[in-house]
Design a protein around this ligand. Structure first.
Ligand code: SAH
Length: 445
């Protein structure tokens, strides 16, 4: 089965079209019927091409096609990926005439912040972004003492229709481009560098005027140079440059809106841009990246062969097909056994321990026997290849479901551990701002 969403599909009836004939994406998605899957993304005008869509070689070609010297591609990459700058006024190493041409062509603005919401004392920040066609997506920045994690969206909406997930209820508007995904991370990094929420910062000020430097440096955010082996020179450069190096995003999780593996090409491109060494990309460690999926088996198999050792998270939510068919409708195509086999194959190919996501829903999937069944299924495939992340359900508006009783949750965890399966309940940040797992619905109001 094809997992690439390139198949043409008619734009839903009633989707508005503007005077240019381009469909506007603001009201495009159609609410799916229960259990209905939307495998192919609606065909829509593509977002403008951006530096982050291109490999280093493609950038040189693009720059040459503009009549510029190919080495300008590298200069532009340093500005965007290393300095986090997209403002031509701050690119003093480029001749004035070239700047506007290069920035105009290769650094179009892709995301505009619509709303920025904070909670956890400012440690969690959700940004609602408007894309070029009006589609709305969300990203969440979570700061921890030693790291900073960005939860990114990979599609506007989602076609997987999981009934407990707010995003799934709204249907799929369109796939995001590689650069639209990467921009969420770059914006968050700018926010960290400024000590300000993502979406409020636009470019990094020149050395000297750098209000967030102390904050970022004090918190030591994103400094994972030991893991990535990038060996930052802590002594080099101005205070602003040093703070910028420290204000790096250490982790990116594809757990925002959308099913990343249903937008395979753009997501793998984004992972490459995040992990490409600077200045070709952000220079992150692949170990800091987690791709979460409902279990699109062919795509998991393909990902295992990419040579990108990202962490795979499988959203299982039930160990039996009968219940999983309802909770994760893709299960009607790829069963529990098939999804687990693919996840185990991923571990075998990459050596990366797989995460099993399990939203605990009161009296629906939280029974002790289901914990036992899950433990057995995991151990049948091997030991030490997997850990389980139970997530207390974040109830979505209008849902008849709620989180499990804490004692039931404890018992569920204890049973899995008794099977020898490492199990940690996921810390869910951002509940009050509808920024926690499954709450991203992207309303501008
Ligand atoms: N499409 C991907 C990414 C989705 S969001 C996937 O399904 O894996 C990341 C995680 O949040 C998934 O495990 C998803 O099942 C979970 N989730 C969705 N809605 C939730 C909710 N209301 N409460 C708790 N977790 C939820």
């Amino acid at each position: 089965m094809s997992i690439e969403n390139t198949a043409p599909e008619t734009v839903p009836a009633g989707a508005p079209a503007d005077a240019t004939g381009l469909a506007d994406a603001t009201e495009a998605a159609v609410r799916p019927r229960p259990g209905e899957l939307q495998m192919a993304a609606p065909r829509r005008p593509k977002p403008p091409r951006h530096l982050a869509d291109l490999t280093a070689g493609e950038r040189r070609e693009a720059v040459a096609a503009l009549g510029e010297k190919p080495f300008r591609a590298k200069q532009l990459s340093v500005h965007y990926f290393d300095r986090l700058v997209a403002d031509p006024a701050q690119m003093s190493d480029l001749p004035a005439a070239s700047r506007d041409r290069l920035v105009g062509d290769l650094l179009p603005s892709l995301l505009s912040p619509v709303r920025v919401l904070e909670c956890d004392g400012g440690a969690t920040v959700k940004t609602v972004w408007k894309l070029f066609d009006g589609a709305l997506v969300e990203s969440v920045l979570m700061r921890y003492p030693q790291r900073a994690t960005v939860c990114v969206s990979s599609q506007a909406g989602c076609g997987m229709n999981c009934p407990f997930c707010a995003t799934g209820q709204a249907g799929l508007t369109r796939n995001m481009s590689t650069a639209e995904i990467v921009e969420q991370v770059v914006s968050a990094a700018r926010g960290l560098a400024h000590g300000a929420p993502a979406g409020t910062a636009d470019g990094v000020p020149d050395a000297g005027a750098f209000p967030g430097a102390t904050t970022a440096a004090t918190l030591g955010l994103g400094d994972e140079s030991d893991e990535s082996g990038e060996g930052d020179d802590e002594d080099g450069g101005t205070p602003a440059e040093r703070a910028l190096r420290r204000a790096r995003v250490s982790n990116v999780v594809f757990m925002g809106m959308g099913e990343p593996l249903a937008n395979y090409r753009a997501v793998v491109g984004a992972v490459r841009r995040l992990t490409d060494p600077r200045p070709d990309g952000l220079g992150m460690s692949a170990r800091g990246v987690t791709v979460s999926t409902v279990g699109l088996v062919p795509a998991i198999e393909r990902l295992a062969g990419e040579g990108l050792p990202v962490t795979l998270a499988l959203s299982l939510h039930a160990p039996d097909d009968e219940l999983r068919d309802e909770l994760v409708p893709i299960n009607t195509r790829f069963s529990v056994a098939a999804a687990l086999d693919a996840a185990y194959g991923y571990f075998r190919a990459t050596g990366r321990r797989v995460s099993i996501e399990y939203a605990l829903i009161r009296d629906v999937n939280d029974h002790a026997w289901r914990a036992d069944r899950l433990g057995t299924l995991l151990n049948q495939r091997g030991r030490g290849w997997v850990h389980v992340n139970p997530i207390p359900l974040n109830p979505t508006p209008g849902s008849r479901w709620t989180a499990s009783d804490p004692r039931v949750q404890d018992e569920f965890v204890a049973r899995l551990r008794a099977h020898g399966v490492p199990t940690t309940v996921r810390d869910t940040r951002g509940r009050e701002i509808d920024g926690a797992c499954g709450q991203l619905a992207a309303t501008a109001g």
